[in-house]
Design a protein around this ligand. Structure first.
Ligand code: LLP
Length: 442
């Protein structure tokens, strides 16, 4: 029922196990709600992308883990050990990566509105690449690079106009998008000319990212084809031959019935399809093979993570719905509230039991839309059961909040059956740490 992989199974006690650790024991030791990450899975995913580029493209590329999916110091340390790069989208992600001792030359900075201080910080750290998404950014990078007497490598984010089948909020390459310069309108060519005119910018090529949680290989392939056609046009029109191409991220993962179970090896097939598109396109257009970047986030950490909750109040509204409330909610997982996301869950302490009823899982926040989701097939849950929700490794902790002054749950990393904190529990003191009380209110 849950995605099959070596490290997620039901043990002899009938308990769910992740990475060799019994989830009931984890809940007892660390409390709930708890994010649990399987280190082996994260490493496997980083390696499959890295090794596919090595094997299929002579190593002429770099996987950048899109750290917005799950950002904490330990995850950058894993990426560093695995010898891959990372993509950061804010001064905060950059700071965290640097705290983990991440090599700056393997960091790419993104964002559709990078702030002046974020650009200055990126240059101070010496990030390898900045992906430009506005004229004002070109000016800022030029000024800051000149001040420091350096030349900064940049890519331009283009919008190739590829529609991908995913939630509207996570589509990025439609005509109405806040991201990227449109190829069709001529905007991408105009910004190319502008960037080339700046002596402290070294334009290396282009980036495009068509969206997230996408399964159609064809959409990715089409985006890369359009990118190469545009590169050929720039060579012809401006005499500029790009030497780098960033193909973005966006590979879908399994959340619930109906989603493909791609499996670790399946992601290599996606990447292979893109790399052969690059080779064919370059041959067709007479371009030299670019250095390629790939920016997977969700597919690296999404299925590596689960969330454990304790079942609390249960409310049955006869003929309408049964709500099973847990000790978490939209403060640790806002994805149902934002995107009506679907998930799969089981009772971790009764994992071998057959499901017998359809329930909605409610959070503890003060609003009706605070659900982990609707229509979960579970055995009859009782107060005190441990509920495990699968595929919560991406965009859960990273989008968590202290709404209702709930505490953001800690995260543990499991390796060989042993769990250790990678995000410590918050305390009530953390909640008031930044509060200030003007003198007249005292
Ligand atoms: N590169 C760029 C420029 C991106 O904007 C993103 C995701 C990625 C790479 C990584 O995409 P991935 O491989 O993770 O699909 N909060 C939403 C997802 C937002 C994705 C934003 N950009 C969610 O929970 O579904």
């Amino acid at each position: 029922m849950f995605n099959t992989r070596d490290t997620l199974k039901i043990n002899a006690k009938g308990h769910l196990e992740i990475g060799g650790a019994d989830c009931v024991d984890l809940a007892a030791e660390f409390g709930t709600p708890l994010y649990v990450f399987d280190e082996a899975y994260i490493r496997q995913m980083m390696r499959i992308y890295r090794d596919t580029i090595a094997e299929e493209y002579d190593g002429n590329g770099l996987v950048l883990y899109a750290s917005k999916a799950f950002s904490c110091t330990a995850v950058y340390a894993i990426a560093r050990q695995e010898n891959i790069g990372v993509d950061v989208v804010s001064g905060g992600e950059l700071y965290t990566a640097m705290r983990a001792g991440f090599p700056a030359e393997k960091i790419t900075m993104h964002g559709n509105n990078k702030l002046p201080h974020e650009i200055a910080e990126a240059l101070d750290c010496g990030v390898g690449m900045i992906v430009v998404d506005a004229y004002s950014e070109v000016d800022l990078i030029e000024a800051e690079a000149e001040k420091r007497g350096i030349v900064q490598n940049v890519l331009i984010r283009i919008n190739p106009g590829v529609e991908a089948h995913t939630h509207a909020y996570v589509q990025t390459a439609t005509p109405d998008s806040k991201f990227g310069f449109s190829v069709a309108s001529g905007a991408a060519e105009a910004i190319t000319k502008y960037a080339l005119s700046k002596p402290h910018l070294r334009l290396r090529g282009y980036h495009c990212h068509i969206g997230s949680q996408i399964f159609e290989k064809q959409s990715f392939v089409l985006a890369v084809e359009k990118n190469l056609a545009f590169m050929a046009e720039m060579k012809k029109n401006l005499g500029f031959e790009a030497d780098s191409l960033n193909m973005g991220g966006g590979f879908g993962i399994w959340y619930a019935e109906g989603d493909a179970k791609i499996g670790v090896a399946g992601y290599a097939d996606y990447l292979r399809a893109l790399l052969s598109t690059v080779r064919e396109g370059c041959k067709k257009y007479g371009l030299r093979l670019p250095f390629v970047y790939l920016e997977p986030g969700r597919s690296i950490v999404g299925e590596a993570g689960i969330t454990l909750y304790t079942v609390g109040a249960i409310r049955e509204i006869p003929g309408i719905r049964k709500y099973v409330a847990v000790d978490g909610g939209m403060f640790d997982n806002p994805r149902y509230a934002l995107y009506q996301s679907r998930y799969t869950a089981i009772l971790a302490n009764r994992a071998a039991e057959e499901p017998s009823e359809l329930v909605s899982i409610a959070g503890k926040c003060c609003e009706s839309g605070d659900l982990i989701g609707v229509d979960f097939n579970l055995p009859k849950a009782a107060t005190g059961d441990i509920l495990a929700v699968f595929s919560t490794g991406a965009y859960n902790y990273s989008m968590a909040s202290n709404y209702n002054r709930n505490l953001i749950p800690p995260a543990v990393l499991v390796n060989g059956g042993k769990a250790e904190y990678i995000v410590m529990p918050q305390t009530y003191e953390d909640l008031v740490r930044n509060d200030a009380v003007p003198e007249r209110l005292k």
